[in-house]
Design a protein around this ligand. Structure first.
Ligand code: BGC
Length: 370
């Protein structure tokens, strides 16, 4: 079968013929329909991240997937040919209590694998084989946007973690707060835009910053959902004295991350989701002033990575609500659909103004709108 592969830690990507996976007992064969391209894929292609499966000389890239069940091994229940599915990314270490209870996103040994990223093949391929517990069924009504479910799951987890930490100051966690909570989303790529959508649909006042004027796709969509857009190309001082209950960071820029602490309101929470380049030059930080502010303001900084199955499920619920409130808007985050053969070009370049580019692998058996 055709697949987009890399040879980490070496940089580079190519579309090559690789063996089809075998349908092993207890598993499901899935024909990949499409798979989104994200910064992690670009980092692997750039030689900065990623690991081939043990004993393999290459890694099939891709983790933001949507597929259709092609074959079910005897005895596997709950799935049938034609079901639309999204596979989760992380596979647990099998050792720690988190991995052994379906929460490998909190793995404490670090011995997990991630499909398409580290130690396990991904989904930029014609098909893959997976165990049913890692497959999330998608309703046909979401077929056009379900390729965004994996980044959506990352957003769901990040916001859930942020909310949990915000809740620490309430006498009863989860009780309705008074007033409208305010959020800042830093970065208007897919993660930032999905975060803005989730927060808006939950009634938050949302401001989003990036380094562009508002006349981009992201700027237009933010306006449509009633979020404010601010061009922070010259720094976060563009936000004046505004301060926020929750800041969701989705850029991976270390220098920006530190300046976001200044934008937290009293008791505010900064959730970091962007994965910085560990080899980036050191950033000078006014440490004393920064930590003084965090302590005196009861503030918190939380990292959030990956997502377990529960966040894929809450992501489906939120996508449904968002589609009802702003019909067709989520689908517009997908700026382009390109064939798998274009993978190397898409993964090594970057079209300005795009939010999400998706590689289309097959159209087999879908009801997806063209
Ligand atoms: C993926 C996560 C993964 C993380 C770190 C992200 O791009 O969406 O599933 O855990 O990269 O590898």
């Amino acid at each position: 079968m055709k697949a987009a592969i890399a040879h980490p830690p070496a940089a580079g990507v190519e579309v090559a013929d690789v063996p089809n996976p075998s349908l092993v007992p207890g598993s499901v064969r899935v024909a990949v329909l499409e798979c989104g391209v994200c910064g992690t894929d670009r980092d692997i292609v750039g030689g900065k991240y990623g690991r081939a499966p043990d004993g393999a000389s290459f890694l099939i890239l891709g983790h933001e997937n949507l597929g259709v069940v092609a074959e079910v091994a005897p005895g596997v229940s709950g799935f049938a040919a034609g079901d639309l599915v999204v596979a989760t990314v992380r596979r647990g270490c099998g050792i720690c209590r988190f991995c052994n209870s379906g929460r490998s996103d909190f793995c404490e040994t670090g011995k997990f694998t991630e499909r398409g990223i580290g130690g396990a093949h991904g989904y930029f391929a014609e098909e893959y084989v997976e165990r049913p517990e890692y497959l999330v069924k998608v309703p046909g009504a979401l077929a056009n946007v379900a390729v965004l479910l994996e980044p959506m799951s990352v957003v769901e987890k990040a916001i859930f973690q942020g909310q949990r930490v915000l809740d620490r100051k309430e006498p009863t966690p989860g009780q309705p707060r008074t007033g409208t909570p305010t959020a800042l989303v830093a970065g208007t790529g897919a993660i930032g835009m999905l975060a803005a959508l989730v927060l808006r649909v939950r009634g938050w006042t949302v401001t989003a910053i990036d380094r562009h004027d508002a006349n981009t796709l992201a700027g237009a969509l933010l306006q449509e959902i009633g979020a404010r857009h601010v061009n922070a190309a010259a720094g976060v001082s563009a936000l004046g004295t505004d301060r926020f209950d929750l800041v969701v960071e989705a850029t991976g820029s270390v220098a920006l991350d530190f300046s976001l602490v200044d934008l937290l309101g009293p008791n505010g929470v900064l959730v970091l989701t962007g994965i910085p380049d560990a080899t980036a030059p050191s950033t000078p930080v006014p440490g004393g002033a920064l930590w003084r502010e965090v302590v005196l303001g009861n503030q918190a900084i939380v990292g959030s990575v990956n997502a377990n199955r529960s966040y894929f499920e809450s992501g489906l619920r939120d996508l449904t609500v968002i589609e009802e409130k702003w019909p067709g808007l989520v689908g517009r985050l997908i700026s382009a659909r390109r064939p798998l053969a274009d993978g190397p070009e898409v993964l090594t370049g970057r079209d300005a103004g795009t939010v999400k580019v998706v590689l289309t692998v097959s159209n087999r058996g879908t009801t997806r709108a063209p």
